[in-house]
Design a protein around this ligand. Structure first.
Ligand SMILES: NC(=O)c1ccc[n+]([C@@H]2O[C@H](COP(=O)([O-])OP(=O)(O)OC[C@H]3O[C@@H](n4cnc5c(N)ncnc54)[C@H](O)[C@@H]3O)[C@@H](O)[C@H]2O)c1
Ligand SMILES: O=C(O)C1=N[C@H](C(=O)O)CCC1
Length: 233
């Protein structure tokens, strides 16, 4: 498969290694200073760039008929526009706030736990995410997906960084050293707490998930999620 990388930073480089190990070819490495982009050779584009760059990269790919896997976070105010363009161009698109298998299992666990906690008013939920100090967005995209999983299954109506109202999920974002990504959700009452937690040990899981999604999407049209890609029981 001929893969174009949009964003050749920490994730772009990790994805390149995994793609080459799986016998794919990297036909483009597009970064901030790239001027001419040849879309003609691309079977699929994988965007791990920056919040301010993702939408522009994605829409250029759709204009040229290239399917897109996007892991960049912090640009979702434009997600609906991207989806509309993808549909208009009969393209193919997957956005995931987190491509790792473990986090996608954790997303399902979070939703299931939320359904169990829905009527237990003595417990208050809160969330914490920890990432490296270079991260530009907060809260993390993964934390937002986790909050949406709780909101969909309980009476919580929204989320807020730090201090939150009664119907909002408080999220604490910490930036510590080179932390690849840690997310925990806590339900606390006056007598006990229940906590679920996912800890990434490195970036390999994110990169492998993105390459797996790229392999899966080629030849398809539509808007998909990692749930479509992964065989979760
Ligand atoms: N979904 C996931 O599983 C997942 C996992 C890790 C990181 N991320 C997200 O991926 C993004 C990138 O993460 P990273 O750790 O590789 O960051 P990084 O800062 O190491 O790399 C980003 C790269 O994008 C480049 N860039 C800037 N403008 C660009 C443009 N217009 N076109 C193409 N490239 C451009 C930067 O120069 C840089 O090289 C972030 O938004 C991060 O939150 C998502
Ligand atoms: O390193 C990052 O930046 C990460 N971003 C994603 C997020 O915002 O959830 C996934 C985890 C790593």
């Amino acid at each position: 498969m001929k893969i174009a990388l949009f964003g050749y930073g920490k994730m772009g480089k990790m994805i390149e290694q995994i793609a080459l190990n799986r016998n794919h070819t990297i036909v483009a490495k597009v970064d901030v200073d790239t001027v001419d982009i040849d879309f003609s050779e691309m079977d699929v584009a994988i965007d791990f760039s920056m919040p301010s760059a993702a939408y522009g990269n994605i829409t250029k790919c759709f204009e040229h008929g290239v399917p897109v896997i996007c892991g960049t976070t912090g640009w979702l105010d434009k997600y609906d526009e991207a989806v509309a363009l993808c549909k208009a161009k009969n393209g193919a698109f997957i956005y995931a706030s987190n491509f790792s298998l473990g986090v996608n299992v954790f997303f399902e666990l979070n939703r299931y736990l939320a359904t169990m906690m829905k009527n237990l008013d003595q417990y208050k939920v809160s969330m914490e995410e920890i990432h490296h100090t270079q991260k530009l967005d907060e809260p993390s995209g993964t934390a937002i997906t986790l909050a949406e999983g709780i909101i969909d299954n309980t009476e919580y109506k929204g989320w807020k960084l730090e201090e939150a109202g009664d119907t909002e999920i408080p999220i604490t974002s910490k930036r510590v050293g080179a932390t690849p990504g840690t997310h925990s959700i806590d339900y606390s009452s006056t007598v006990d707490s229940i906590e679920i937690k996912h800890t990434a040990h490195n970036r390999e899981g994110f990169a492998l998930g993105a390459v797996t999604a790229a392999e899966w999407i080629v030849g398809k049209t539509g808007i998909f999620t990692m749930k479509d890609v992964l065989n979760l029981g």
